[in-house]
Design a protein around this ligand. Structure first.
Ligand SMILES: Cc1cc2nc3c(=O)[nH]c(=O)nc-3n(C[C@H](O)[C@H](O)[C@H](O)COP(=O)(O)OP(=O)(O)OC[C@H]3O[C@@H](n4cnc5c(N)ncnc54)[C@H](O)[C@@H]3O)c2cc1C
Length: 482
């Protein structure tokens, strides 16, 4: 692309809110190398919108009534229950996903629960905006269509609203001034021009096991990839992937935590290829349980969303849960009672409200969980406080189609999924998603909508630039190819 200008038409078409900073409370991002292990929900190894830290999920078996009275607060009985089975704190996708599972998969146990959310809307990070013929995302852009996420979508009644990206759409990496497609299938590997011939040979030998043995300590993504697959795979594929997708620093991300499915291959089979063969064999020997026939079958390696954006999912789940979802309820304290139950105090529009429950599921950002849990466990609080959330700005810009280089257009549309920029290439933008090519209905006819992410753990200064963000901040420098 060349000559991409943020014209006054675009400013009019996309209100200022399209250029918003999401101070990335992104559960996919903050994975520090640490021996302390939190329970993380893993429906899928990566890009999983439901990935979360369940900070506290304790169930006491005690049913005895508690004589607890706080004179300053109203103690509510919900649905006639004096003590709830569970309170889910946080109405982002994690909290709502758990709530929906309780009301579907575990409905036979009739759990009595509520979901409490500090804001006046559900969704947390998920922020879709629709205006002037555009639909754009200010937080996450899409999800990996794992069966877990598809089940959530189907259970919430959104099966017919699901949209999937074209699995054949190329993904590009900027290298030496040129956008180069990333191999999308094994047969592309010998031919793609993102890596040199010696780089490919090094990667192949390493994948076969001709490389230094794993160290005794937990490795970072950078150390693991350089050791197993060589410098080129790291610098040209994995580093831009980590920056663009995790907004993370691969020298600090834990390989085991961030790419567990690849990490385990070496453990299992002595090398990445050895582990892959072993995994294939294991899968053959252990047939998969039958798949839920209600689930759609997305083709190939793709990503999903909903016709009107990601926000449809939390909204639909919340509507189904009805009065179980409490908006504008900010948890301010948790007290553990002598019988093992918890007393939660909330600031609500109706004043302080106190709720008693047998279990609490925390899905709030870890720094908030840390201060809430401090009175209960110093150790948990200190560990939770260590999680780093890099700041990320999500900037959506619209261009007239004529501003796009004609060779990049197919049937009048910018061809591809998007592009990633290795930090070494001198482009501040981490990567861009061709939103209007990826999913239908994202921009009016004749316009191309591009979502770019800037910042991340290698560029935290973005936090101080928030008010000065402009089209030049996300420009692609002097690269003639972009
Ligand atoms: C810019 C950006 C891009 C991303 N891109 C993708 C992507 O493309 N694909 C993908 O899969 N993931 C992506 N992610 C990650 C994804 O958005 C998160 O993993 C996911 O949204 C986390 O959901 P959550 O429910 O765990 O947390 P959150 O969304 O943070 O929800 C937590 C909720 O808790 C509430 N809360 C906080 N304090 C309290 C309190 N005291 N009392 C009650 N409630 C409270 C908050 O208001 C919030 O609603 C992205 C994240 C960001 C920031």
């Amino acid at each position: 692309m060349t000559g991409m200008m943020f014209s006054s038409t675009i400013a009019h078409c996309l209100p200022q809110s399209a250029m918003s900073l999401s101070y990335s409370r992104n559960n996919r991002i903050p994975i520090p190398i640490s021996s302390f292990s939190f329970r993380r929900r893993r429906g899928n190894s990566q890009n999983n919108a439901t990935n979360t830290i369940i900070c506290c999920s304790t169930v006491s078996t005690s049913n005895s009534a508690v004589n607890y009275q706080n004179t300053n607060t109203a103690t509510v009985g919900i649905d006639g229950a004096e003590v709830l089975d569970c309170v889910i704190v946080g109405g982002g996708i994690s909290g709502l996903g758990i709530a929906q599972a309780l009301s579907t998969k575990y409905s036979s146990r009739s759990p009595n629960f509520i979901v409490t959310e500090a804001k006046d809307r559900v969704g947390g990070n998920i922020t879709t905006v629709e205006a002037d013929g555009y639909i754009w995302e200010e937080g996450p852009n899409s999800f990996q269509p794992s069966d877990a996420v598809l089940t959530m979508a189907v259970d919430s009644g959104l099966k017919d609203e699901l949209v999937f990206g074209d699995p054949n759409a190329p993904r590009f990496v900027l290298w030496n001034g040129k956008l180069r497609p990333v191999p999308s299938k094994p047969t592309d590997l010998p031919f793609f021009d993102l890596m040199s011939f010696p780089g490919k040979i090094r990667a192949a030998l390493g994948a076969l096991g001709l490389r230094p043995s794993p160290p005794a300590h937990e490795e970072s993504v950078e150390d693991f990839v350089r050791r197993n697959l060589g410098d080129e795979v790291f610098e040209r594929l994995i580093e831009p992937f980590c920056s663009g997708v995790y907004a993370g620093d691969p020298s600090k991300l834990s390989m085991k935590a961030a790419f567990g499915k690849v990490w385990i291959l070496e453990q299992k089979g002595g090398s990445i290829i050895g582990g892959t063969l072993k995994t294939i064999q294991e899968r053959k020997n252990t047939p998969k349980p039958p798949r839920d026939p209600r689930l759609p079958n997305p083709k190939g390696q793709t990503v999903g969303s909903f016709r009107k954006g990601l926000t449809m999912l939390p909204t639909a789940i919340s509507e189904r849960l009805g009065s179980k979802v409490k908006l504008s309820w900010t948890l301010s304290s948790i007290v553990k009672l002598p019988n093992g139950e918890y007393n939660l105090t909330y600031e609500t529009p109706d004043g302080l409200v106190s709720v008693r429950t047998r279990s609490v599921v925390m899905t709030v950002p870890s720094h908030i969980a840390s201060s809430l849990l401090h009175p209960l466990s110093d150790v948990a609080a200190e560990s939770l406080a260590k999680f780093y959330y890099p700041p990320v700005a999500a900037v959506s810009l619209s261009y007239p189609n004529e501003a796009i280089r004609s060779e990049c257009l197919v049937d009048g549309k910018l061809q591809g999924f998007g592009q990633l920029h290795p930090r070494s290439q001198g482009v501040e933008t981490l990567g861009s998603i061709y939103s209007s090519s990826l999913f239908p209905g994202r921009a009016p006819p004749g316009r191309t909508l591009i979502l770019s992410y800037i910042g991340g753990s290698t560029n935290p200064s973005i936090l101080h630039k928030a008010s000065n963000l402009s089209e030049t901040t996300v420009s692609y420098g002097s690269n003639p190819e972009l």
